[in-house]
Design a protein around this ligand. Structure first.
Ligand code: ADP
Ligand code: MG
Length: 159
């Protein structure tokens, strides 16, 4: 099962991220896939805003991972924002130990996460960013979704 949301402008992709924050739970790992410029970082900025992150969220392309303190009523204290585009081996991704990091009231959003999907196993959420044209994107969500989250994603895709 997958959920789609059309984002005609970059502001829509941010809004989709803000709404997606309400779908997240502590411990989640979310793999973001899509071409360069598809809107992955834009979406993470929205999620960060929805999680109550203060301060600037920029692409962690060269640092691989950035951590942001959150302030929300979702029980999520830390956003781990990763970009694995430049890692040279999957061992580098294993060494990040994201699975352990998110156990401490965290969530991880991983840009280019599809390139390292084997490291994360099956228990992940996936968001694929499909570029329709210069401005329009379709976000496709799938992965490990239980019934209550499916309800939340129904509303997310309808808004
Ligand atoms: N609907 C849209 N959603 C997201 N970004 C868009 C959209 N339309 C245009 N853009 C532009 O595309 C670029 C997306 O960049 P970014 O979010 O950094 O992508 P990625 O992290 O996937 O490489 C930005 O310059 C943004 O302004
Ligand atoms: Mg990016």
């Amino acid at each position: 099962m997958t959920w789609q949301r059309r984002c005609a402008l970059d502001g829509d992709t941010q809004a989709a991220g803000i709404g997606f924050a309400r779908v997240l739970r502590s411990g989640d790992i979310v793999l973001l896939s899509g071409l360069l410029g598809a809107g992955k970082t834009t979406f993470v900025k929205g999620v960060a805003s929805g999680l109550g992150v203060q301060g600037l969220v920029t692409s962690p392309t060269f640092t691989v991972v950035r951590e942001h303190d959150c302030d929300n009523d979702l029980g999520i204290a830390t956003l781990h924002h990763c970009d694995v585009y430049r890692v040279r081996s999957l061992d580098e991704v294993v060494d990040l130990a994201l699975g352990e990091l998110v156990e401490e009231s965290g969530v991880a959003l991983v840009e280019w996460g599809d390139l390292a999907a084997s490291v994360f196993g099956r228990d992940v959420l996936e968001v694929n960013f499909v570029v329709e044209n210069d401005e329009s994107r379709t976000l496709v969500v799938g992965g490990s979704v239980d019934a209550s989250r499916a309800d939340q994603l129904d509303s997310w895709s309808a808004s």
